[in-house]
Ligand binder design. Structure first.
Ligand SMILES: Cc1cc2nc3c(=O)[nH]c(=O)nc-3n(C[C@H](O)[C@H](O)[C@H](O)COP(=O)(O)OP(=O)(O)OC[C@H]3O[C@@H](n4cnc5c(N)ncnc54)[C@H](O)[C@@H]3O)c2cc1C
Length: 63
């Protein structure tokens, strides 16, 4: 964490759904901007990071 938060341009909030998808199952995104109702908060950033960490761990365990 370093303390910034993002704001989608008007009408462009769907970009968050795009960022939630990993790239080639190798690059994962996490942070306040993907925290659903907790966007723009530290709590949301943490929950997003934990959720993505679980996603990565599950993917590694399946290999
Ligand atoms: C003035 C202000 C007041 C706030 N007050 C509150 C509050 O009272 N309560 C609350 O819950 N939230 C508050 N927030 C919001 C909170 O700070 C953010 O929601 C939270 O820090 C987001 O965490 P993050 O990890 O998603 O992003 P960040 O904390 O922004 O972390 C992103 C990290 O990525 C790094 N980075 C960026 N680009 C690159 C790159 N290309 N390569 C490598 N690293 C990169 C950055 O240096 C940074 O360390 C406030 C924010 C501001 C600006």
């Amino acid at each position: 964490m370093r303390g910034a938060y993002a704001a989608a341009r008007p009408g462009r909030s769907e970009a968050r759904a795009t960022l939630m998808r990993p790239i080639a199952e190798k690059i994962f995104f996490a942070g306040e901007h993907l925290a659903g109702p907790l966007i723009q908060t530290c709590g949301g950033a943490r929950l997003s990071g934990e959720a993505v960490a679980r996603q990565v761990a599950a993917q590694l365990a399946a290999k």
